[in-house]
Design a protein around this ligand. Structure first.
Ligand SMILES: [Zn+2]
Length: 117
């Protein structure tokens, strides 16, 4: 049996964001409302590319947190698992284990990026 947990986080696995048909903006993670158009916007689910480039980055507690420009022009902030990155480094999305729930043994995954060689 698939735990409810997995179904709830479906969107994290499918790499689905939102696309506003009115202004043509992409958003990831998925949003309920277009920040530009507000109520006039028309958002639909859009599967996102899993590759992009590092636009900028900062190091927080030894982790590289980067602003990544995805191949469709959307931007997302995510951890990059690497020793170092540079502006322009090509990265791709991976799922890394965050931790385990002791009671249920459910493993939490999140979106992270690794450099593409
Ligand atoms: Zn919009």
């Amino acid at each position: 049996m698939v735990p409810l947990f997995w179904r709830k986080i479906k969107y994290r696995y499918d790499v689905v964001g939102s696309y506003c048909e009115k202004c043509g903006s992409y958003y990831y993670p998925k949003r309920e409302l277009c920040p530009k158009c507000r109520r006039k916007g028309k958002l639909r689910d859009e599967r996102f590319p899993d590759e992009g480039r590092v636009l900028s980055y900062t190091i927080v507690n030894g982790k590289i947190i980067a602003m990544i420009g995805l191949n469709n022009g959307a931007r997302t902030l995510a951890e990059v698992c690497a020793e170092k990155v540079e502006i322009g480094t090509r990265v791709k999305k991976v799922f890394r284990r965050y931790g385990e729930d002791g009671d249920e043994g459910i493993i939490y995954y999140g979106t992270k990026f690794v450099p593409v060689c």
